[in-house]
Structures are given as structure tokens and as C-alpha cells.
Design a protein around this ligand. Structure first.
Ligand code: HEM
Length: 74
């Protein structure tokens, strides 16, 4: 499997984990002040999402660079 496909799937599944982390934090907030470590369940996936998201964002530009000088759009 291509690395870009793996990263895209990682991004998709980490997005689901991030949503669960945020929901858990919100549920804990409704019961009072949540413990600080609970925030890590959203923060760590968010960092992974940012890194893999930037990679996905740059993919098409990298492909364009690799394929040589771009044809000018008219
Ligand atoms: C934190 C910074 C983030 C960046 C820079 C980022 C960037 C990106 C980029 C560039 C794509 C590919 C778009 C495309 O060309 O099709 C993408 C896809 C996606 N992003 Fe993010 N994203 C971020 C955070 C999130 C978050 C917080 C969520 C949801 C909780 C999320 C969910 C998704 C999903 C579901 C896809 C589609 C993946 C697929 O192809 O199946 N992303 N993101």
C-alpha cells in the first residue's frame, strides 16, 4: 500500500479518535472540572491530525513538482 494511502487512512481514523476525545472531555466538563490528563485524549490526536493533514495538503504540490515544469494554464 502506498505511504500516502496509509497516511490518509491514519488521518481518517485519528479524526474519529479525536472526536471521541473531545466528546469525553465535554462529558467530563459537565460533571465539574475535568482532570488535566483527560485533555491529552484530544490533544495527542489533534497533533497527529495536524501533522498528517499538512502532509496530505502538500501531496498534490509535491506531485506537481516531481512531474517537472508545470504547463501554464491558458
Ligand atoms: C489539525 C489540522 C488538520 C489539517 C491540516 C487537515 C488537513 C487535511 C487535508 C489536507 C485533507 C485531504 C483533503 C483532500 O485532498 O481530500 C484532510 C482530509 C480529512 N480530514 Fe483533515 N486536517 C486537519 C484536522 C482534521 C480534523 C480535526 C478532522 C476531524 C475531526 C479531520 C478529518 C478529516 C477527514 C475525515 C478527511 C478525509 C480523509 C479521507 O480521505 O478519507 N481533519 N485533512
Amino acid at each position: 500500500m502506498k505511504a500516502s494511502t496509509l497516511i490518509r487512512q491514519l488521518h481518517r481514523w485519528v479524526a474519529a479518535a479525536f472526536v471521541l476525545g473531545v466528546l469525553a472531555y465535554m462529558a467530563a466538563m459537565s460533571q465539574g472540572t475535568p482532570p488535566p490528563w483527560l485533555g491529552l485524549f484530544a490533544l495527542i490526536p489533534l497533533i497527529l491530525l495536524a501533522l498528517s493533514g499538512i502532509y496530505l495538503f502538500l501531496l498534490p504540490y509535491a506531485a506537481r513538482l516531481r512531474s517537472g515544469p508545470a504547463e501554464r494554464a491558458t
